[in-house]
Write a protein that binds this ligand. Structure first.
Ligand code: GRG
Length: 297
């Protein structure tokens, strides 16, 4: 196994352990929502965002126990967004991470509550002194995550996406770029910023990571669009061909497959170049940029 692959799988294993502890099973009458939260977040996904958090935290010597708690809080937000995105009122998907979506495995009301539960649990975890002894750092983590996942970030981007679809708008490249920077890029960017916040990093280091994260976020989205066109549904773990069926403007529909792929690779290379100041320590993050654009799921 390559160095990156083993680092990614070690991260995924740790995330599984920490999430399992943060979301303990219960026999209480409300157990159903906890079961749905666990179903939505455990045993699945590439854990790219936790990897970004823990690798960027490692650049500044942050302890693994702090980094993994913050990484799992952020992953909870990601998982909640997937649960809500799959609902009949949004993308209406039956399959996610190769399994029935939460509203299929449970029911719609439980899926809404499980998403809400994960969203709020994320902030409970970040605000807990176990995540960091310094209250200012905990507050900064909460603020950064709220900004990235709310109306200025992921939720706002999702709204733009829905409006464009409902009004049958033909978005151009700058409009799609803005939408995707909000919808998926913001959470990827804050993953890297978490490392800088936890490690009390210099302004320059945080800025370099931010430039890296912006390029990686866009490259990630183009790769996702390419997978929707070329990927195998079984391997990807969700339905493919949905963008074209919905007549949605994407990087691939506007640039064509070849130019989109080229663009993704350019962005990945550019992302890596922002990490020069970290030397050897930034190697996994550099490799991840390349992995993101060559992945098959
Ligand atoms: C419903 C508030 C709300 C927001 C939804 C992120 C999002 C906004 C929707 C997800 C829909 C989607 C498929 C977006 C494309 C990019 C993306 C986030 C893909 C899934 O992320 P991966 O590939 O998934 O990291 P895993 O399963 O590996 O964690």
């Amino acid at each position: 196994m390559s160095d990156l692959k083993s680092a990614l799988s070690a991260c995924a294993e740790n995330v599984e352990i920490v999430l399992d502890r943060l979301l303990p099973k219960t026999d209480n009458p409300e157990a159903r929502v906890v079961d749905a939260m666990r179903y939505a977040s455990l045993d699945g996904g590439k854990r790219i965002r936790p990897f970004l958090v823990t690798q960027s935290a490692a650049l500044f010597g942050v302890s693994e126990s702090c980094a993994y708690r913050a990484a799992c809080a952020l992953e909870m937000i990601h998982c909640y967004s997937l649960v809500h995105d799959d609902l009949p009122a949004m993308d209406d998907d039956d399959l996610r991470r190769g399994r029935p979506t939460v509203h299929k495995a449970f029911d719609e009301a439980t899926a809404i509550l499980a998403g809400d539960g994960l969203l709020t649990k994320a902030f409970e975890v970040l605000a807990d002194p176990l995540t960091h002894e310094n209250a200012k750092i905990r507050a900064d983590l909460c603020l950064a995550l709220a900004k990235a996942s709310g109306d200025h970030g992921m939720v706002g981007g999702q709204m733009l996406d829905l409006v464009a679809e409902q009004a049958d708008l033909n978005l151009d490249i700058p409009e799609i770029t803005r939408l995707q920077r909000m919808k998926t890029g913001a959470l990827i960017a804050v993953s890297c910023d978490f490392g800088g916040i936890l490690g009390n990093a210099s302004k320059q280091a945080r800025q370099s990571l931010n430039h890296y994260a912006h390029d990686v976020g866009l490259a990630f989205q183009i790769a996702d669009d390419l997978l929707d066109v070329e990927g195998d549904a079984e391997e990807v773990g969700k339905a493919t061909g949905k963008d074209e069926a919905a007549g949605k403007a994407t990087f691939v529909s506007l640039l064509g497959v070849e130019r989109a792929r080229e663009q993704a690779h350019l962005l990945a290379d550019q992302a890596a170049s922002h990490l020069e100041m970290f030397g050897e320590k930034g190697e996994h993050l550099k490799e991840l940029a390349n992995f993101i654009v060559t992945r098959s799921k």
